[in-house]
Design a protein. Structure first.
Length: 490
């Protein structure tokens, strides 16, 4: 049975309410919370694991290679949403794809916890990257199916869903950072695996509340084409293996490679969707409207994701982490932004609900997010004293508060927008296309971090901050055209 992404729920299991939203949102909220617990818990200590010396429990990479790996891995996560969306739309449906992807994530964290050295990193990050892509694309698409077209609760529902993401993102780095500090890196990775197991258990118990949502693929792949696609998959794996074994792809240029692959994939994907004969004129117009917001989103994420590269290094060396005579783990800084998200996500959700049709149109929200993000990077300039421990915690917390406001203007709104602009036959893949902008930005964050010079970082923060502001101003200027192309979607 094909289900419309904009169709409201009609199953009895969803007649109950979850904070005024469809009850099935509670199960998706929970599985995403645990997945983000494991994801951010692991990522909070990943960079340090890569560049700390063996004496400190790390692998001893140089910092440029370490940030490149982290950026490339982050890009892989969001690039994999394309694969997760395709599997859902053509083979399994969103619900089963989400479930199997979560299992893959759990085994990825186990690999990091158990396998030593480079082997654990390669196997673990590959499994987590592909699995996380499957979970993110399909959980988001399933949330979109809980609302009828024009339901004013949609943006508020995505903001609540986003709060679940950040509950996991808050607790994950606190626990894994503490375990890494007291026991070692592998204990932190094991905690991430346990978190994903709990997410799987909770989701399994609540699957019935989803009813028929995502039970079947929206555009099933004919049996006659399956062998061809298997061949394509095998060919991709062979090409990747050959590039790695030949030395063409290495740790120091990994993020550059992912940037290039993602940019090409984005162009191809827009071309595939826009050239489809199954699109109506209105659907095609809406996809075109998504292009400038895709670019703004990529710019935003190239700054935001430096929390795990540049800012992680900044916190490790430059931040005063003394708390009542105890130096807290650097990974705990990753939990500051989630605290603010949890505090303000409900405020933004209530604000959008209260404003209704009077709220700013989506292009203006996106522009606001990129401009505020640029301002946040400019705010680093007064803090560029190179002395270790010279930056007060409150100063960094203020900058991360700006990150939060920018994020709430763009990220949950972008997830909602992807479901509203999605053509019927590309419902999950359109969500994956939004995540492709995140993939591009995340990989770029690893590349940009390679230019960070802790001894003279004013130019770095200045040029990146100004560039983000310029992107936002341009989007404001073209917003009337974008709104027209959105054909009635706000």
């Amino acid at each position: 049975m094909t289900t419309d992404i904009n169709a409201p729920s009609t199953t009895p299991g969803r007649s109950r309410s979850f904070f005024g939203q469809p009850f099935a949102l509670a199960n998706l909220f929970g599985v995403e919370m645990w997945e983000r617990f494991s994801f951010y818990g692991m990522q909070g200590i990943l960079l340090y694991y890569l560049y700390y010396t063996a004496a400190d429990g790390g692998l001893g990479f140089d910092k440029e290679s370490a940030t490149s790996i982290v950026g490339a891995y982050g890009g892989l996560v969001y690039l994999s949403t394309i694969l997760g969306g395709w599997v859902a739309d053509r083979l399994l449906g969103e619900e089963r794809t989400l479930f199997y992807s979560a299992i893959m994530i759990m085994f990825g964290h186990l690999s990091l916890a158990i396998l030593p050295g480079i082997a654990g990193v390669a196997v673990g990050l590959s499994l987590i990257g592909v699995g996380s892509g499957g979970v993110k694309a399909n959980a988001t698409a399933l949330v979109g199916q809980l609302y009828a077209e024009g339901d004013q609760r949609r943006d508020a529902g995505f903001s609540i869903f986003y709060m679940g993401i950040n509950l996991g993102a808050l607790v994950g780095p606190l626990l894994t950072g503490l375990l890494q500090d007291k026991i070692g890196f592998h204990a932190g990775f094991a905690a991430a695996a346990v978190g994903m197991f709990l997410g799987l258990l909770q989701y399994s118990l609540g699957r019935k509340h989803l009813g028929e949502a995502g039970a079947e693929p929206s555009n099933p792949l004919p049996a006659t084409e399956r062998l061809r696609w298997i061949g394509v998959g095998v060919g991709v794996v062979v090409v990747i293996a050959a590039a790695i074994l030949s030395g063409l792809v290495k740790a120091s240029n990994l993020s550059d490679v992912v940037v290039g692959v993602t940019a090409v994939a984005a162009v191809v994907y827009f071309g595939v969707i826009l050239s489809s004969k199954d699109l109506s004129g209105v659907e095609r117009s809406r996809v075109i409207a998504f292009i400038p917001m895709f670019i703004a989103s990529a710019a935003f994420w190239s700054l935001y994701q430096q929390q795990f590269t540049t800012i992680a290094q900044f916190a490790d060396v430059r931040l005063d982490r003394n708390l009542f005579g105890w130096e807290f783990p650097a990974a705990w800084v990753q939990s500051i932004n989630p605290v603010f998200i949890i505090t303000f996500a409900g405020v933004f959700a209530a604000m959008w609900t209260k404003l209704g049709d009077r709220q700013p149109r989506t292009p203006i929200k996106f522009a606001g997010g990129t401009i505020i993000m640029g301002i946040a990077f400019l705010a680093f300039i007064p803090l560029t004293d190179p002395e270790p421990g010279s930056t007060p915690l409150l100063s960094l917390a203020f900058i991360l508060l700006l990150f939060t406001f920018a994020e709430l203007l763009l990220s949950p709104v972008g997830l909602s927008l992807a479901t509203k602009l999605a053509p019927r036959v590309f419902r999950t893949q359109m969500v994956a296309l939004f995540f492709l902008s995140v993939a591009l930005g995340t990989a770029m964050s690893g590349t940009l971090a390679g230019y960070y010079n802790s001894k003279n970082d004013d130019p770095f923060f200045l040029w990146i901050g100004v560039a983000s502001i310029v992107v936002g101003v341009i989007l404001v200027g073209i917003s009337p055209w974008v709104s027209k192309k959105m054909a009635g979607v706000r």
